[in-house]
Write a protein that binds this ligand. Structure first.
Ligand code: PSU
Ligand code: MN
Length: 310
């Protein structure tokens, strides 16, 4: 059977209720329509699961008692019997244990922006000619999502719309290069930036069919290279947010997180929620549209991978 993994952090912490439960059901439907059996991944009562009942989807969508579980949280969640939504990292890991090779999501985590200057043009005090420490006030700690090391070690192909510009996208791509993760553009030459179709940063290769994408995934496996492949499909054109609008919201959300001292595992959900508040319905529609697009492409790649043609 051709299987497609779907994540649950986007349901529990990435989309509002009730749009999230409707979306979770729709994703499963879209996967089936395109040749793959969906397996939404989560931790239910401490049990690692790939494939959920409708009641369990509802629990993930509604409950405030569902934690965001990254890799380090898994043993704790199991030992303590938690309910948890899985991030890209933990979804990959659980999917691999269930023999699932392809996973569709929205955006991946990456290298967070750090050490930016409050005002990059004004590091030098023009009167004294000295560095002015009041301009170097950005104490955000070093933060790299566990999604990246998971891509480096776990053999699951991840279909996403790139990563949001809340992250340092050049640093994220450098990290993936260092750790041997191929970055494939699906019908696109640039790494997509989630709400925007382009980032100005090139992908390693462009493919235009599920078969071409599947061939890269299969070649990596045959070579014995560890880790996954990142397949990046841009948000459908009619739902794209203008880069200026998305970036303004991102900059404001980052400044608020900084001012409020939000960091660690709370930073991504904080930024995502603020961006939706600042940009309104259109960002939500873009988010849903790119997720549906990725589920369709993921199902087609999973089907191509399962076919004998490779
Ligand atoms: N980026 C998004 N939407 C998301 C996430 C990231 O645009 O929903 C979620 C994914 O589950 C991802 C996780 O795996 O956030 C990354 O969190 P962290 O940066 O704490 O690793
Ligand atoms: Mn982090």
């Amino acid at each position: 059977m051709t299987l497609l993994a779907l994540e649950s952090t986007v349901i529990s912490h990435g989309l509002p209720y009730p749009q999230n439960i409707a979306a979770a059901r729709r994703f499963e439907q879209i996967a089936r329509e395109h040749g793959a059996e969906p397996r939404t991944v989560a931790v239910i009562g401490g049990e690692l699961r790939a494939g959920l009942s409708d009641d369990e989807l509802e629990l993930l969508a509604r409950s405030h008692d569902v934690r965001k579980l990254s890799r380090r949280d898994l043993p704790i969640a199991v030992a303590q019997g938690w309910h948890g939504a899985t991030t890209v990292a933990t979804t990959m890991w659980i999917a691999a244990r269930h023999g699932i090779r392809v996973f569709a999501t929205g955006g991946i985590g990456g290298v967070h922006r750090t050490g930016r200057m409050k005002d990059e043009g004004s590091m030098m005090n023009p009167d004294s000619g000295l560095r002015d420490s009041s301009f170097i006030l950005h104490p955000s700690p070093f933060d790299i999502s566990a999604d990246l090391p998971e891509l480096a070690q776990t053999p699951v192909a991840v279909v996403c719309a790139g990563a949001k510009a809340i992250l340092d996208l050049p640093a994220t791509l450098e990290w993936l290069e260092t750790w041997g993760v191929p970055v494939v553009g699906y019908g696109v030459d640039e790494f997509p930036a989630f709400y925007s179709r382009s980032s100005g940063l090139p992908v390693d290769v462009r493919v235009d069919t599920p078969q071409e994408a599947a061939a890269i995934v299969e070649a990596k496996r045959k070579l014995g290279l560890p880790g996954g492949v990142l397949i990046c499909a841009p948000v459908p054109e009619e739902f794209e947010l203008p880069a200026a609008e998305a970036n303004a919201a991102i900059e404001q959300a980052l400044a608020e997180a900084d001012a409020q001292g939000v960091h660690g595992k709370a930073i991504t959900p904080f930024l995502l929620a603020r961006i939706v508040e600042l940009t309104g319905e259109r960002s939500l529609r873009a988010n849903l549209a790119l997720l549906e697009n990725n589920v369709r492409i993921g199902a087609q790649i999973a089907a191509a991978l399962a076919s004998a043609a490779l």
